[in-house]
Design a protein. Sequence first.
Length: 259
Amino acid sequence: MDLGISGKRALVCASSRGLGLGCARALAAAGVDLVMNARGQAALDEAATGIRAEFGVSVTVVAADITTEAGRAEVLALADAVDILVTNAGGPPPGLWRDWGRDDFIRALDANMLTPIALMTALLPGMMARGWGRVINITSQSVKAPIPQLGLSNSARAGLTGYVAGTARQVAPHGVTINNLLPGIHDTDRATALDGGVVKAQGITLEEARAQRMATIPARRYGTAAEFGAMCAFLASQHAGFIVGQNILLDGGATNATL
Ligand code: NAD
């Protein structure tokens, strides 16, 4: 399917690895020029070099912490006037409800709620003025069904979801859509890190921890960054202009809900 976005420009945050990289690759495959961001220069350069070689699109890289004001300023200096924005950042650490104080919540809110909001605030006006734009926020299945040990993520992402629900309807008249992609378990470094916690807590091997988690997913496997990226590229496409303010779960059926 021709996604109809060849020649558009996208900013994909936190995209040297994992789901962000999956989104960057799928957009590049559709002919989209990229601004890619992550904290570490080396992994970012490697990812960008691979994408340029494979898809022939232009890729600009900005190594910066997207969750800080200074980092965002660096990124936005090179990513002004993009047509497509994919927000993403590392997820908050796991823990228990009684462990978290105000500073922990502020960090989680900064990273997973206020950062995507700041990026939208900066880039939506240009998209609206040009009459076309796409925003895809990478959130989590924890928005639909809480993950007990990820209370910081549950909280921050729910806040972002509320913001998107209202804002998406305000920008839609200008040809701009905002939607959220909710990953369930995907085979990335983040998933391995969380499995590592189970290995420690239960004294089992990584393979056993993965098998345990896969057994809870009706698809009986983890998702891939490529599958995730394909949905992101579709949401960014010309075909998705009528999808507004939605929360799309990619979880292999793990969330046991009718709607
Ligand atoms: P990952 O750890 O595999 O990759 C994270 C990427 O983000 C890397 O490129 C890293 O350099 C970059 N990054 C992290 N913090 C950054 C920052 N502050 N500024 C700039 N770049 C930063 O993670 P992932 O699995 O791809 O997850 C992406 C997001 O999706 C996370 O917020 C995660 O919590 C969420 N999520 C992931 C899963 C999963 O199973 N993988 C499930 C639910 C939610």
